[in-house]
Design a protein around this ligand. Structure first.
Ligand SMILES: [Zn+2]
Length: 289
């Protein structure tokens, strides 16, 4: 009998040690995931908010659409609560057409800036076909989608001739952590933003794929990012990223994460700390050539 009792106590101890970590997990705050999808040359980001909303920012080139759809399905995205087209260039809106065909999109946020390309015409006709409600972004707007998250529009279209300069720039704040998503704006916009806003952010999506048009040292010193995400395709025709941008990033002592090297990159945060999860390690991509 004594032996049976001992075994019973032992089982209870084991059971309690198994149960306790599960209880701790259940009490944890939900996380924010910001995924930088490797779409080659272009931008595509998925923001999964603490309350379970899905925000897709850009969709890469038309060819990348399939990959974005696959990625969203892998992340268990059922519907897209908000789709943001930061500006009407092919490497940002191209893949969104496939996404609209594959998922229910509740609303779209657009710059209102038009483009005379076939891709832009296809993007607009798909929105009309599916009758998706569309809002035009205004500077200073707060996107109210998740009460736990602050998303502010810092730049958008103000009649600029250039599609890049009309890009939607956003600051996403979750408790103590800030993401600054620069889309494809140029130094001229960076300068204006410096005067107007507090730009400090732990995570920076570097503007315009690391092009010479953007990312001045003065701007980087103000943002002071801990990690910088660069979105470009391997051996792209534009020479992205340029040496000056890489040097500037090193000068401010930032960890650099290019999608061309790391594949899909996920930044997961509880609003205080964060972890960066990447699909490929730099050594495995070197081995792959
Ligand atoms: Zn671009």
């Amino acid at each position: 009998m004594q032996r049976h009792l001992n075994i019973f106590i032992l089982i209870m101890i084991i059971a309690s040690t198994i149960i306790i970590p599960v209880q701790i997990n259940a009490q944890q705050q939900p996380d924010l995931d910001v995924h930088f999808i490797d779409v080659g040359q272009g931008d595509s980001m998925l923001i999964q908010t603490p309350s379970g909303k899905n925000v897709l920012v850009d969709g890469g080139r038309p060819k990348a659409g399939k990959k974005v759809v696959k990625f969203l399905k892998k992340q268990n995205v059922g519907k897209i609560d908000l789709m943001i087209a930061t500006h009407p260039d092919i490497d940002h809106i191209g893949g969104l057409i496939q996404v609209m065909k594959a998922f229910e999109v509740k609303r779209i946020l657009d710059t209102g800036k038009m483009n005379s390309t076939r891709t832009y015409a296809r993007y607009v006709s798909q929105i009309i076909k599916q009758q998706i409600p569309i809002d035009i972004a205004r500077q200073n707007d707060l996107i109210k989608l998740d009460p736990k998250l602050k998303v502010r529009i810092l730049n958008t279209n103000k009649g600029s001739k250039s599609t890049n300069k009309s890009s939607i720039v956003m600051k996403v704040t979750f408790k103590e952590l800030d993401f600054l998503l620069m889309s494809d704006v140029a130094k001229e916009q960076e300068k204006k933003l410096l005067k107007k806003y507090e730009l400090d952010a732990e995570i920076l999506k570097v503007a315009h794929h690391g092009s010479h048009t953007s990312t001045s040292l003065e701007f980087l010193q103000e943002v002071d990012p801990k990690a910088a995400i660069l979105t470009y395709g391997k051996n792209n025709d534009f020479g992205h990223p340029v040496d000056r941008v890489m040097e500037n990033l090193r000068k401010v002592d930032t960890a650099i994460y290019p999608t061309a090297t790391f594949g899909n990159i996920t930044v997961r945060t509880n609003g205080k700390g964060y972890v960066i999860l990447n699909e490929k390690s730099p050594t495995s991509s070197l081995k792959a050539g």
